[in-house]
Design a protein around this ligand. Structure first.
Ligand SMILES: [Zn+2]
Length: 309
């Protein structure tokens, strides 16, 4: 979990709920939405804390009331999180029944909160079961549905929830987060491309999946040009999934073309056409030898694209 104060866009939404709660206007069901990679899953526990805290006037991160202490320890008896199991495509009906039962039993300390992560992965049976609960809410029981794709939820569920839209972070907020997380030296492209989904980028950095992308961008970057051995690079990157690699490449070229230096990126548009044609062949599975294709494309890249930094 990323520290609370590094996510101002999430904190804003928490404060919104806090003030709605203080005015006695918080609905029994909240549908919280936001785009992918902004840390929506971190909102659930924070909202639960806001609702369950026994000193609502100062529910800071360091609050030491009974509820906050239990939540921090991960064993608050009035709080339940429901997530899709790792090997399942959907939230199972069994899990939905458990959450309905949980909302209906008497709370230990006054209120109950259930957070459903990726609520769009409820299947039709699960969604219908949940709908009944929404139609007959229990006092002091709160259901929080989190989703990046609200349009995939039943309209009848959407309409029975209070909507909370979590905004995306600004470029400055993402940069501040990367800095705070010790990732200040990300290259300009990666930082720019992922600044609207910083939590996703941090996860990719942590699990190592960004390393290959970083290496690939280094191959394409103009500074590296003189030192790149095309054959060697092609051999190395031919081991990456061709679709993945060509998608990275398309994305990088799109970004280059969008930069405010058109005269300094000669040939980008022409190369883009070539790349799209190649992508089409790769996606259709008609490429016999990816390494050869890569050699050819890299040679073209260095020949066609002239970038003055
Ligand atoms: Zn508290």
């Amino acid at each position: 979990m990323t520290p609370f104060d590094q996510l101002p866009w999430i904190v804003e939404s928490v404060n919104e709920v806090k003030s709605t709660l203080a005015r006695g206007r918080l609905g029994h069901a909240v549908l919280a939405t936001g785009t992918a990679g902004i840390g929506l899953d971190q909102l659930g526990p924070m909202l639960a804390k806001t609702i369950l805290c026994e000193q609502a006037s100062n529910s800071s991160e360091r609050c030491s009331c009974r509820s906050c202490v239990l939540l921090a320890a991960g064993n608050h008896p009035d709080f339940l999180t429901v997530s899709r199991e790792a090997d399942a495509g959907v939230i199972k009906i069994k899990q939905v029944r458990e959450l309905i039962d949980f909302l209906q039993i008497t709370s230990h300390y006054g209120k109950r909160v259930v957070v459903v992560n990726e609520a769009d992965t409820l299947n039709l049976n699960g969604a219908n079961a949940l709908l009944k609960t929404l139609e007959e809410p229990v006092n002091n029981a709160f259901l929080i549905l989190l989703t990046e794709q609200p349009q995939r939820l039943l309209p009848t569920i959407q309409s029975r929830c209070q909507r909370l839209v979590v905004r995306s972070p600004s470029r400055q907020e993402s940069d501040a987060l990367f800095l705070a997380q010790g990732e200040a030296d990300l290259n300009e492209y990666i930082r720019g491309r992922y600044s609207d989904r910083p939590i996703q980028l941090l996860q990719w950095i942590e699990d190592g999946s960004v390393d290959r992308l970083k290496q690939w961008i280094n191959v394409l970057a103009v500074e590296a040009r003189a030192n790149i051995d095309v054959l060697k690079s092609a051999a190395t990157f031919a081991k990456v999934d061709p679709k993945q690699l060509v998608n990275w490449w398309v994305d990088y070229v799109t970004w280059l073309a969008s930069q405010d230096r058109p005269n300094n990126a000669i040939g980008v548009h022409e190369f883009y056409q070539l790349l799209l044609a190649e992508k089409h062949r790769i996606v259709s599975g008609s490429n016999p030898n990816f390494q050869l294709v890569l050699e050819h494309m890299l040679a073209n890249w260095y020949k066609m694209v002239k970038i003055r930094s």
